[in-house]
Design a protein. Structure first.
Lengths: 332, 332
DNA sequence: TACGCTAGGCAAATCGTTTTCCACCGTCAA
DNA sequence: TTGACGGTGGAAAACGATTTGCCTAGCGTA
């Protein structure tokens, strides 16, 4: 109990509650002399406005929910930091909800966020459909979809362009003269898998090169999966001169398999990854890769949310595409 | 605006506000038939209790603050997840404050937490002294220090034992018969540096081995620093048979330098790290290391907070020491 | 019959703000 | 002289829950 309320401050300063409130909010002019007296009383008494009462009256919590699969997945802390840095400037805090990609958890956290009366939501959805968002939409709570899982005309979206990223990665290999070029992709049907494959094929087509299914293998986004896929490619005796992997972990796995086969990277086979996880810079040789700028994603979410929450912006749906970045290192 | 309030529910169900409230909180018996009618009305109207009003009355926010240097530092997401999982069970959420270890930020987030009326705080302090905590203590808000930076008789503490961890690491090298054993430490004066060195020396002493300053070098906890320290050791021609590094990054750097010198790990020099960062399992050879179980740390914080916040526990200061774990891999 | 007890329900006070409507007081222009 | 008008400031009504007394009906018991 802070015990000391605005009433105490008013009494101590010899003014009305109204005046104290206005001195704090700046909503109305208060004589300089009065304001000084109030400030003095506030310090004297150690007054701290009660956030509950304030929120009850204003209907704003200055809180947003960040709903993600798992803060432990190395992509999200950076995104969270970007979001928090952006929001902090506006006096907002955010709490993190870990859904593990489970539909029930997503639903439950969405509900909790509503109950807590958050002013906005940033949501990296996996299993949530636009229909499940009805209550959020109805309350006009700004919601931003991180990535493209949710498509709804009232829901803003911040995303990267995986197709373009994969195209750039493949182009990079082409331009450096590697030939032929293979790929280890992710499981079909997952949108990053599909987009990255699509970009890869587009770059080949642009350069007038054929996509050869013999030089394409599928992994499961893990290191072991990447190694297995690489071994499969080697057995097929259609060894590529350069290899684009749909993520860094598989690229690291591929390098394991190449080392087993006593092939040098990039001497015999150049390897390219995707994501730029921390380990990408730590393995040997360090991994050329494409980075999804998580921090910028988070920042963009934060800024967009701030605009929406300020109420000023009631415009049409917005879609922000954050540019990716290719990071040349030793492996390709 | 959810618009629908407890008044609407009461009217719709044909009972008084009081009864609805009690049906929800379970604070008083309500006839089964009445309760059913109320539940039905709630669903019908889509009623969601207003958290502000509730908190205003009950003085509980069901929110805790997690104040850490940087969620981007790979240690903290795991800790955050542990905390959140524990708190979730009690209906609590947590918001993250990134202080970057700056005194002013720490102060400011502490103040913000107070203003938001959090029910508890988990604080990994760097620059905050016990004195700065006066307002928190005064309001009887449960506070848990993560690590030992804050010492105060009202502040609980959850920590690991770096001395014991380093001792176990060194013992492990001794038991496997490596000799002589060297170490790359961190900058003197930082508590992890000092503790890990202390543990290292203790293990040597126990085994009747001498600590040889010739085989000790200092790095700065970075990869490059580890490599430089290793080169220094090699130049001194006092090459150790095994090396304990005060963190994984320096261990990885040391392996870089060994590779340069065309020395095999662990064939010529065995290497041991500390922390078990993600990359530790991804480098080649993968790194034997000691893990500070961040998840368990977070969980312990969460559980301790829950107990304190329940009000049941008003006992004396508590200190929880989370056991570390040695992870044998290929490098030693 | 009188009394106490229990279950269930109601009205109203309360939590600490923000905000709306009004009042007062000089000053200045008509 | 009067009315309008800034510049200040105050009283009181929300905001939406929880909780405290108080009441009633029904029932068992002395």
């Amino acid at each position: 109990m802070s015990e000391v309320t605005i009433v105490d401050v008013a009494r101590h300063a010899g003014v009305s509650i109204t005046t104290v409130s206005h001195a704090l909010s700046g909503n109305r002019r208060v004589a300089e002399e009065t304001r000084a007296r109030i400030q003095h009383s506030i310090r004297e008494l150690g007054y701290r406005p009660n956030a509950f009462a304030r929120s009850l009256r204003t209907e704003r919590s200055h809180m947003v929910a960040l709903i993600i699969p798992d803060i432990t997945n190395p992509y999200y802390p950076t995104l969270a930091r970007g979001l928090q840095d952006a929001l902090h400037a506006g006096g907002y805090q955010s709490f993190v909800c870990n859904t593990d990609g489970l539909r029930e958890e997503e639903r439950s956290f969405l509900k909790d966020s509503l109950q807590r009366r958050v002013d906005g939501i940033a949501f990296a959805a996996f299993a949530t459909t636009a229909r499940m968002l009805a209550p959020v939409i109805q309350e006009h709570i700004p919601l931003i979809s991180i990535g493209t899982a949710i498509r709804h005309r009232k829901v803003d979206c911040v995303r990267t362009d995986d197709v373009a990223g994969a195209r750039d990665a493949t182009r990079y290999l082409i331009e450096r003269g590697y030939d032929p070029i293979g790929m280890i992709g992710g499981p079909a049907g997952m949108s990053p898998s599909d987009h990255r494959l699509e970009g890869h094929r587009a770059a080949l087509a642009e350069a007038g090169l054929a996509f050869d299914a013999q030089r394409f293998a599928v992994g499961d986004f893990t290191r072991a999966g990447g190694a297995a896929a690489m071994r499969e490619l080697l057995e097929r005796r259609a060894r590529p001169r350069a290899l684009f992997c749909a993520n860094d972990l598989m690229a690291i796995g591929a390098m394991d398999a190449l080392r087993e086969a006593e092939l040098g990277v990039p001497r015999d086979v150049a390897v390219m990854g995707y994501d730029d996880i921390e380990a990408a810079a730590l393995v040997t040789p360090d991994l050329t890769t494409v980075v999804n700028p998580a921090y910028e994603m988070g920042r963009a979410c934060g800024r967009l949310l701030l605009e929406r929450m300020s109420g000023a912006d009631d415009g049409p749906r917005r879609e922000v595409v954050i540019p990716h970045r290719l990071i040349p290192r030793a492996s390709a």
